[in-house]
Design a protein. Sequence first.
Length: 217
Amino acid sequence: MLAAVPARSRLLTLILAVAAALLATAPAASAGRDRCAVARSKTVKQTSAVRVLSVTRKQETTYYGCLRSTGRRVRLVRTFNDEESLSSGRLGTVLVAGPSVAVTATGFDDIGPDGSEFESLAVADLTRGGRAYRVGISTNDEDQYDGFAKLILRADGAAAWIVSGNGDYDEVDVLGPAADRPTPVAYAKAINERSLAFGGDGVTWAQGGATQTAAIP
């Protein structure tokens, strides 16, 4: 009987060791699971916090922003490519900052004698309850705007962009972190489209050789 005690002790020690090893590896396995994995998707851009992905079904491609920590997925834009016509679309700018994503896309609809050109923009905060803003503009020759010339994004979800005009005037729009719609802060000539940037508590851009500033709503 005395000789059996060490054997039982060794068995108990072995069981406890195996249980401890399983517990130690469980969090690592959970942490390694990709919450943003989607069947037949393609990664467009990714960081340690966010994955921007596309899913194509037939002729339509949908782009999503996904927060890795929660798996929350938000639709950004859609493009359409028809092999039997000239209708097409493509993704443009893709920005990721913290848990926020901003993208642009261009498209052409093969309708009517000349077709129709357009661009779309989306800004999304991927955290729970975060705002998702989407807008589209027509960019035909006779339209007011020519497209989104510059887009910038901040980690708190604030964004700003310049809408290039078909004439001499461009527009600067600013979207606050929690705002449902952007605020136009400039509509003027001689705006340097590449100069848009965040500065201090607002945004800055060059206009007619001078630096202009606007607060973020």
